[in-house]
Design a protein around this ligand. Structure first.
Ligand code: PGA
Length: 262
């Protein structure tokens, strides 16, 4: 695992965007796994800027989103379809048919989940999976005690997650109780994974994920089993790590980087 700590959320987002751009430059038809939430907003903004100003090309890219609320139509302002369209897809040159987001309105969730997994396989797997992390350590909607081998499925959300997300819904509007989500096992099959976290509210979950035991109580901790994971943190999210000096030492002395420039 590599842990990159930046002073601000903006710096963290820009560093993460550089990593995505590096992937696309090396493989223009890369398959990206994408999250929603407040965390990736800075990353998406920077990718849009790079597309507009630097010609970052998405014309051959395929994307798979992690999750979607069950029961929300695509045009609901809190649906993840809507979020992705507004914050990324409508601003870049990705072909519509290359975008995959779990359906919140399928009448057969089981069949849809199997089809989604098969589509990921048919596209050659996910080259770079971007993740956020919940305050309870969840990745996608894999709440505490989700199986670390889980696949794409319909999932009941934890009360904490419903409460965390209530701020995005209108007063009195019901926050969905279920979501369709990639599983931890699905995520672990990505060739490369990067997890972004900002703010003190994530510090405990981040410390558990990086330095705690591998446990379904913090599903992000399963990333410790993956061969190629990159954490991008701001100072707040890194606040409860014990080995910060070590991570910073490594970044300052990466093979090939002049000492002290990390
Ligand atoms: P957030 O959500 O980016 O809105 O904090 C992250 C998550 O729940 O995975």
């Amino acid at each position: 695992m590599e842990v990159v700590i930046k002073e601000t959320c903006e710096q963290m987002s820009k560093a993460a965007a550089q990593e995505v751009a590096k992937t696309l430059n090396a493989k223009p038809n890369a398959v990206l796994g994408l999250p929603t939430g407040s965390t990736p907003l800075g990353l998406y903004k920077e990718l849009v800027r790079m597309h507009e100003n630097e010609g970052l090309d998405f014309s051959q890219v395929t994307t798979f989103n992690l999750d979607e609320y069950a029961g929300l139509k695509q045009d609901h302002p809190q649906s993840y379809h809507y979020f992705m369209q507004e914050n990324l897809f409508k601003h870049i040159n990705i072909p519509r048919q290359n975008i995959y987001i779990p359906s919140g309105t399928t009448d057969n969730y089981l069949a849809f989940c199997q089809w989604y997994e098969q589509r990921i396989r048919d596209c050659g797997g996910i080259d770079l999976q971007v993740l956020g992390i919940g305050s309870d350590g969840h990745i996608a909607f894999n709440e505490p005690t989700s199986s670390l081998g889980s696949r794409t499925r319909i999932k009941t959300l934890a009360k904490q997650t419903i409460d965390d997300n209530a701020r995005f819904f209108k007063a009195g509007e019901k926050v969905p109780t279920y979501a369709i989500t990639m599983g931890v096992g699905t995520i672990l099959e990505a060739h490369r994974i990067m997890l972004l976290a900002n703010g003190e509210a994530k510090a405990e979950a981040v410390a558990g994920a990086i330095e705690g035991p591998v446990t379904s109580m913090n599903t992000a901790s399963a990333l410790q089993l993956h061969k190629d994971v990159l954490f991008f943190l701001d100072r707040g999210a890194a606040g409860k790590l014990k080995m910060t000096a070590y991570y910073e030492w490594i970044q300052a002395n990466l093979p090939g980087a002049p000492a002290g420039t990390g």
